[in-house]
Design a protein around this ligand. Structure first.
Ligand code: GUN
Length: 293
């Protein structure tokens, strides 16, 4: 067995995100300089989930920084399914908007699948509409969910070989685990998706050359889940209380795992910023397709 690296490479998501954002910003300022309408993103947030408010504020700030047109619909928690559907239908028709994102989770009285199906697939910059997910499954060009795209961007930025590697993804959500398994397959990895009902999950995780956790359980992944010299990508962002202080931690126990792996993403500052960059990138992509640019 190869001796583990004691000082892993920290995969810096802010750096990856800055590089992507710089490119998008240049394209957007080119659009502005031609006096054309800029790409527009509409975000809908229902209710008062504190984490969702932080995420949506970050998305809004990123739009402003890049020069995208941004609108945020902050709706009360008691908004009905019908009201939300009517709002989405009107944004579908709004020519200033190229991308629509309905922040998840939604309050329990609203069915996310029903809402997502109302979004015009050409404006589905979250890549969650069955039309886009179907295209992703069949290997066609489409809008792809931002977090899985971000994971691939990080691996590529650091020239990490994916082809032929054993990739284990912990988590099977529609937002991350399932689409990421397809993207990793497209990159020719051998992919295993583990989840809450998986037997011997630590043993399966230990087979990973690239281990990705996306379950939302603080510090679930310990040192003995990680093969020496593996690449560890932590998608989780979990709020915990430590010594009476509120902290953001990932699904991976960073301090425990770091001496055992070759490279690891931190939380915060890992996958999160790249997800926002990919949202900007998807909005620009939708703009270009819809405007034949
Ligand atoms: N909530 C947490 N991450 C996401 C995301 O990528 N898209 C949406 N719509 N909601 C989220």
């Amino acid at each position: 067995m190869t001796k583990p690296n004691t000082t892993p490479l920290i995969l810096n998501g802010k750096e990856v995100s800055e590089q992507i954002i710089t490119k998008i910003k240049a394209e957007v300022s080119n659009i502005h300089s031609k006096n054309k309408r800029p790409p527009g993103l509409s975000v809908i947030l229902v209710g008062d989930n504190p984490a969702s408010h932080v995420y949506v504020n970050n998305k809004e700030k990123a739009c402003i920084k890049i020069g995208l047109h941004s609108e945020v619909h902050r709706l009360p928690a008691n908004t009905s399914e019908e009201e939300l559907i009517d709002i989405i239908k009107s944004i579908n028709k709004n020519n200033a908007i190229d991308g629509i994102l309905v922040q998840l989770p939604l309050p329990i009285h609203i069915k996310a699948e029903k809402i997502i199906e109302i979004i015009d697939p050409a404006k589905d910059i979250d890549g969650l509409h069955p039309y886009n997910l179907g295209k992703l499954l069949s290997g066609q060009k489409c809008l792809v969910p931002c977090t899985p795209l971000g994971v691939i961007e990080i691996l590529k930025y650091y020239s990490i070989n994916i082809r032929g590697m054993n990739a284990v993804i912990i988590g099977r959500s529609t937002l991350v685990g399932k689409p990421l398994s397809l993207l990793m397959l497209n990159e020719n990895a051998t992919v295993t998706v583990a989840h809450s009902k998986t037997d011997n999950i630590d043993g399966i995780s230990r087979t990973a050359d690239i281990l990705i956790s996306a379950v939302g359980k603080a510090k679930l992944v310990k040192k003995n889940w990680v093969k020496p010299n593996a690449i560890v990508i932590d998608v989780g962002i979990n709020k915990t209380l430590e010594n009476n202080k509120s902290l953001l931690v990932g699904d991976v126990d960073f301090e425990d795992v770091k001496s055992n792996c070759k490279a690891i993403t931190p939380v915060p500052g890992g996958v999160g910023p790249v997800t926002v960059a990919m949202l900007m990138s998807n909005t620009l992509q939708a703009y270009k397709i819809n405007n034949n640019v």
